[in-house]
Design a protein around this ligand. Structure first.
Ligand SMILES: *[C@@H]1O[C@H](CO)[C@@H](O)[C@H](O)[C@H]1NC(C)=O
Ligand SMILES: *[C@@H]1O[C@H](CO)[C@@H](O)[C@H](O)[C@H]1NC(C)=O
Ligand SMILES: *[C@@H]1O[C@H](CO)[C@@H](O)[C@H](O)[C@H]1NC(C)=O
Ligand SMILES: *[C@@H]1O[C@H](CO)[C@@H](O)[C@H](O)[C@H]1NC(C)=O
Length: 670
């Protein structure tokens, strides 16, 4: 495919993505707004909203991959030098880089192409930063009333007396300020009327259902105690609670309901049975009774999927910038001055039009040709020494060490984050449940980054925080990709046959890491409801309500998910090991090291064998490397003695369609 057709394809692709993004903006504009001006795309059951959220992010993933891929392809085309660029640089005795992504050519391409390249590069940053956060799912955490009741209430219903329910006991039960006796009394009346029809759970099932922090399908809980005739104390213990700590035993802890910095109860326990624990609650604490089963009020929480319209607009604007840049590149890529994208392109071009400035340099590697090379008139021969190199030799030793250190630092960073996440999970007691397969699609997990320290962070701050890992990964990926291209190009040059099977796994790798990162740390909105479904205003393990913010009962938070961090770690280490493995492979053949240097390629294309000038002759000027033709080429000593001067015999190394010999050790070449 020619680069022009490629650019047209990219322009069409980015136009399609643009249309979808603008459509998204339009759709969101017609959706009902939430309190703080996000648009509510979906409002309904929590499990559906969790799935819709994952689907929306997968769609975003595909769109952004397409868009960034089109942008990347166009950037490479913008940066690839044309033959005219190469000739100009060679006339100043400088080599350009061909076939591998690099910034080296930057100063040697036209200003407008450079501008397009820069626009394409810069417009990727906002996309990386906000695309994933333009849509978010709201989670709901609810407080609930838990009470002990004598089984006989099931028969008597509303007519049973509850002498233990007074404004004093209600005041001590953790009810939020402003909720009075009447509301609690009304709730108890509802229990007496309706609880017989609620879900009947064993104490074990009950403890399990009420352990997660985000209760989605149940609310009020009755611990049914054996029937007695003594109703003086009814109801038994009752509490408004926001976490499982009411089931924990601890008589020594002074303020057991405090939250730690991660938003988990500072007081970890994993209750097995739903029964009030012995706690150091308050002065009027009474002995818990022994319930026999529990009745749980079925309750459908409403969760939402919301869109931030300003983010969608930002995305559309930068998408449009990409579209225009790609279109400009398309209209300005003339068919005559075609670019040298690959080794094949360059070889064809130099074979058809040999480059005078690199005559007699056929035995030099990339490195000596990085410096300005000497003038043509003085021929200096090179004594051949056998080349036995690894792919990684295509980069300098320092580059190699710096790259390894950078990758190791990145991997250590992920390990540290994973360690922190796991220890916070452990403190919260959710370590095991987080790693169950079902946890990937449920939204029962709530692991907040910096619960207290980030409490007053702004929306933009949180969005940037959760998306910085994406940006960091993208930078590493570009770096990884260019190293890999260099290694693969090195073996392509040596084998002189084309390798292309690697780009699909690479694309899959990048897409899945982006997706996993978006599942590892992400933005969530959590609504905290009190036991009656109003915004909660309490703070602490009795109620998570954020009572300080502008929206009581709501928290916008950066949340994380440890298994996804683990998956990112495993994938990154695999990728790093793969790179080491690929780089350390021995290169076949005994050949000069080109590493994309236009000078080395040009020098190998001077035809000194007197045979026909290869089939490539028919390839009209500037057309792309004919793969079949370049594949038929071999590089080596064509056996022609070129020049005899003061007893020295020079031989020549070149590409040829004929049989060639390996360069002989110790012979002089030029
Ligand atoms: C290419 O870049 C070099 C600096 O690396 C500069 O000196 C030279 O003028 C540039 N050549 C062209 C043709 O722009
Ligand atoms: C997250 O954003 C990146 C761009 O930085 C994108 O490549 C990736 O596909 C997105 N992932 C999801 C799940 O949205
Ligand atoms: C709940 O189940 C227990 C036994 O599993 C049973 O004894 C009890 O009567 C049931 N209660 C109601 C209200 O269905
Ligand atoms: C850019 O595109 C090339 C193919 O044109 C591909 O090999 C490479 O992986 C892409 N790089 C990035 C950063 O997506």
């Amino acid at each position: 495919m020619s680069s022009r057709a490629g650019l047209l394809g990219c322009a069409v692709l980015s136009a399609i993505v643009l249309a979808l993004n603008v459509g998204m903006v339009a759709w969101a504009s017609n959706c009902p707004p939430s309190e703080d001006n996000t648009k509510i795309l979906y409002d309904g059951s929590c499990s559906t909203s969790a799935k819709a959220n994952i689907a929306a992010h997968a769609a975003i993933n595909v769109l952004s991959t397409l868009l960034l891929g089109a942008s990347n392809y166009s950037m490479q085309i913008a940066m690839a030098p044309s033959r005219a660029d190469v000739d100009k640089a060679h006339s100043k005795r400088r080599a350009l880089t061909i076939g591998v992504p690099t910034l080296k050519n930057f100063r040697n391409i036209s200003i407008l192409r450079r501008l397009c390249w820069e626009l394409l590069a810069l417009s990727s940053i906002p996309l990386h930063l906000v695309y994933n956060s333009s849509i978010l799912a709201t989670k709901v955490a609810t407080e609930y009333l838990v009470t002990e009741l004598d089984e006989s209430f099931l028969q008597t219903g509303i007519s049973i007396e509850l002498p233990g329910l007074s404004s004093t006991t209600v005041g001590q039960s953790g009810v939020m300020a402003g909720t009075g006796y009447t509301e609690v009394k009304a709730l108890f009346d509802r229990i007496l009327r309706e609880a017989h029809a609620w879900e009947n759970l064993t104490l074990e099932q009950c403890a399990q259902s009420y352990t997660p922090f985000l209760l989605n399908s149940r609310r009020t809980l009755v611990l049914v105690t054996p029937s007695t005739n003594d109703h003086r104390a009814l109801p038994g213990l009752f509490r408004m609670v926001g976490s499982k700590t009411w089931m924990c035993d601890d008589r020594t802890s002074i303020s057991p309901d405090k939250l730690d910095a991660d938003g988990s109860a500072a007081f970890p326990c994993s209750p097995k049975r739903a029964i009030f624990g012995y706690r150091d609650h308050d002065t009027n604490w009474q002995e818990p009774s022994n319930p026999i089963y529990c009745l749980a009020e079925p309750h459908r929480q409403k969760c939402t999927v919301e869109a931030f319209r300003p983010f969608l607009i930002v995305i559309s604007v930068f998408n449009a910038i990409k579209f225009v840049s790609i279109l400009w590149l398309y209209f300005n890529s003339s068919t005559r001055h075609s670019k040298l994208h690959t080794l094949g392109d360059a070889v064809v071009s130099f074979l058809n039009h040999p480059d005078d400035s690199t005559k007699n340099l056929c035995a030099l590697d990339k490195v000596p040709l990085e410096k300005k090379w000497r003038t043509r008139s003085s021929v200096v021969t090179v004594r051949w020494t056998r080349r036995s190199q690894r792919r990684a030799d295509a980069i300098s030793g320092i580059q190699c060490i710096v790259s390894i250190i950078m990758f190791l630092i990145a991997i250590c960073g992920i390990i540290i984050l994973l360690g922190k996440a796991l220890s916070a999970d452990n403190a919260r007691g959710t370590l095991q449940s987080a790693f169950r397969p079902s946890s990937f699609t449920s939204n029962q997990n709530l692991a907040i980054v910096g619960f207290e320290s980030l409490q007053n962070a702004t929306l933009t701050g949180l969005v940037v925080l959760v998306n910085i890992p994406q940006l960091v990964f993208s930078v590493f990926y570009v770096f990884y990709n260019s190293l890999l291209s260099i290694f693969l190009q090195a073996s392509e040059w040596n084998a002189f046959s084309l390798v292309c099977g690697y780009s699909v796994p690479l694309l899959l790798f990048s897409t899945s890491i982006h997706f996993l990162i978006s599942q590892a740390i992400f933005l969530s909105r959590i609504s905290f409801l009190d036991f009656l479904g109003r915004p909660s205003q309490r703070f602490g393990a009795l109620g998570y309500g954020n009572m300080y913010g502008a929206h009581p009962g709501q928290l916008l938070a950066a949340t994380y998910f440890s298994p996804a961090i683990l998956a990112v770690l495993v994938l990154s280490i695999t990728a790093f090991l793969a790179l080491l493995f690929i780089g350390s492979k021995k290169l076949p053949g005994n050949m000069v090291m080109a590493a994309g240097s236009s000078a080395v390629i040009a020098a190998a294309c001077h035809q000194r064998d007197s045979g026909p000038r290869t089939v490539l002759e028919q390839d009209s000027e500037g057309n792309h490397g004919d793969e079949a033709a370049t594949k038929a080429l071999k590089w080596g000593d064509v056996g022609y003695v070129l020049q005899i001067e003061e007893d020295v015999v020079y031989r020549h190394l070149q590409f040829s369609t004929r049989d060639v010999m390996e360069p002989s050790e110790g012979a002089e070449y030029a």
